[in-house]
Design a protein around this ligand. Structure first.
Ligand code: ARG
Length: 588
């Protein structure tokens, strides 16, 4: 369905043309003076030079041609040459009725759906998930849902960090603690018992212990590096342990991501890319892209237009080992082979920017992707505590995701129990739903690239620009609809009519923006635009609600029309939070 802005611009085209001006001047935007008008056109200002005429004269000419239009309640030319517009209630109501009848609520799905792989989450196996991974999961999940909403085929891949030194560290530490394990015997052949010789809580203790030891003890570190190497060349006992570590960790990760309502289509990782490395590197050498540099192999990726230094992309270290970039390049090879995506989208901490510049340029230069394969990266900022420093626990440790979630849920539970009488079991479940919204909205409502302050008090508040406020609004709408139905009425019988007052019109104008907001947010990979939209919509709804006695309205047709508008608002809000990655409870 056409966007409101486009329909209005379309209406202006003949008015410009009839007055002898170019049709391309008929561009319309939302008013930046909402006190004066709803929409504005600055075309007359732009035309002044070309037509050597005062802009106000041009604006007057155009406005004169619009006197017959039923689209507007008011069109005026104002100094120095703006065209200010207010749309008519009938036009607006008609638009919303069509929107409501449209299965996709006016959003035009992609005509040529793309296949998009989104690489997000990026948890490192055997290391606990911490809040640093939270952002990647939350933002990536939202981009995935946005893409699907727009009609694309989106494949989410968690891309685990499952091939690094942390694996060697764990194996080394295990060998010290349990040297008799079958896996450490020289003649070990590869069979291994179902049961892992450790639990997830063991792992969570083993890794930091080993990591600490390796920093203090050079020979321990050597051992861990050697174990990593042995694992990577396929020593059977180590491979078996690696399998155990993977199984135990992935089970735990799934549980944690589940709590966040984040799900992946693929549970692949860095290890999956390893088999592609030798051929890829060989080809880069053969094709003359990779050249030797002090024993290492590098691909030059700087470009003339660079304003900052872009170092060569190192694909093989001087000791023969591969690096993060090598693995990411090989993952591109794998993805192109297995899925042939039109786009690969990465979501990581913004400190990885240079890495992705190098990897993308290298992939393009060496022909790993097709000319029209899009490689895109969204870098996010740091989640800080109230002190402005990276978020920590009260005792200064790294905050674990699980604990963060329970803290939020406890706070939510307290607030819900304080608010009204409610069964504690239901309150607990509601706290979980609302708590998740608090976390996700708190994160997504900031532009992703910016750092933000994680403030539990603010995020869990029912007032202001928060997830709970949005949910509260949805629940309020649902409760009105429930009451209406409980009185024996049908919420689908009426028709949205012309607005009865200013706050209703303002609400209708907000609801009508849905398609353009969604498309724009997807194009710009900007979930925060959806957040700010639903905040505006929720505010517009609440203003309308406070000024209008909906259920006690005596004119049944009027009442039914409002109910239809409420249904539309509920559907728009729920579509938006669905794309952001959370749900609304029935009551709260
Ligand atoms: N595991 C990495 C980390 O924790 C993130 C991986 C991001 N994805 C990628 N393809 N490099 O920092």
């Amino acid at each position: 369905m056409k966007k409101l802005l486009d329909l209005i611009a379309q209406e202006l085209v003949p008015a410009f043309e009839k007055a002898g001006y170019d049709a391309s001047l008929a561009r319309v935007s939302l008013s930046n003076r909402p006190d004066l008008c709803e929409y504005q056109c600055n075309g007359a200002m732009a035309a002044a030079k070309q037509y050597k005429k005062a802009p106000i004269m041009i604006a007057n000419d155009v406005v004169a041609n619009l006197s017959e239009s039923t689209m507007f309640e008011e069109v005026t030319a104002v100094n120095p040459g703006f065209i200010n517009m207010k749309v008519s209630g009938a036009f607006l109501a008609d638009y919303l009725r069509k929107m409501q009848a449209d299965r996709d609520l006016s959003v035009e799905k992609a005509k040529e759906p793309k296949k998009i792989v989104i690489d997000y989450g990026g948890a490192n196996v055997a290391k606990p998930l911490h809040v640093g991974h939270l952002r990647s999961a939350i933002i990536g999940e939202s981009l995935k849902r946005m893409g699907r909403f727009m009609g694309h085929e989106v494949i989410g891949d968690v891309h685990l960090g499952d091939w690094g030194l942390q694996m060697g560290l764990i194996i080394t530490e295990l060998q010290k603690r349990q040297p008799d394990l079958v896996y450490f015997q020289d003649d070990y052949t590869g069979e291994y018992p179902e049961e892992a010789p450790f639990t997830i809580s063991d792992l969570e203790e083993i890794y930091p212990t080993a990591s600490k030891k390796s920093k203090e003890d050079e020979s321990y570190k050597e051992e861990a590096l050697e174990a990593t190497k042995q694992l990577q060349i396929g020593k059977p006992g180590y491979r078996a342990l690696w399998n155990h570590i993977m199984k135990v960790s992935v089970t735990d990760l799934k549980k944690n991501y589940g709590k966040l309502d984040v799900s992946f289509d693929l549970w692949k990782g860095e290890s999956d890319a390893q088999p592609y490395i030798p051929d890829m590197v060989q080809k880069m050498k053969d094709d003359g892209f990779a050249h030797e540099d002090q024993g290492a192999y590098v691909v030059d990726v700087k470009e003339e237009t660079d304003t900052k230094e872009v170092p060569p992309c190192i694909i093989v270290k001087s000791d023969g080992a591969s690096l993060y970039a090598t693995t990411d390049l090989a993952t591109i090879v794998e993805r192109m082979k297995l899925y042939q995506p039109d786009q690969i989208q990465y979501v990581t901490d913004k400190r990885q920017e240079m890495h992705f510049i190098q990897v993308f340029r290298c992939a393009r230069k060496t022909g790993l992707v097709k000319d029209d394969t899009r490689l895109s990266w969204l870098g996010f900022g740091t989640m800080n505590g109230k002190d402005g420093k990276p978020f920590k626990t009260r005792d200064g440790g790294v905050m674990r995701l699980e604990n963060l979630i329970s803290e939020i849920n406890e706070e939510m539970y307290r607030k819900i129990m304080d608010n009204h009488e409610i069964d504690p079991e239901e309150a607990k479940e509601t706290a979980r739903i609302v708590g998740l919204a608090a976390i996700k909205y708190g994160d997504l409502s900031n532009q992703a690239s910016k750092d933000y302050v994680f403030d539990i008090d603010r995020f869990t508040s029912f007032e202001g620009n928060t997830g709970p406020y949005i949910l509260y609004t949805i629940v309020r709408i649902k409760s009105i609809l429930n009451k209406y139905q409980a009185a024996g009425n049908d919420i689908s019988s009426g028709q949205i009519g012309v607005p009865a007052n200013a706050s209703e019109k303002a609400l209708m104008l907000e609801a009508g923006k849905f398609n353009s907001v969604m498309e724009n947010a997807f194009e710009e990979m900007a979930p925060h635009k959806i957040c700010s939209y639903i905040y505006d919509l929720a505010n517009a709804f609440n203003r309308f609600y406070h000024e209008t006695k909906i259920l006690s309205e005596e004119d049944e047709q009027q009442k039914a029309s409002w109910i239809r508008l409420l249904v539309l608002c509920r559907d728009v809000l729920e579509s938006c939070i669905g794309v952001l990655g959370f749900d609304a409870p029935e009551r709260m």
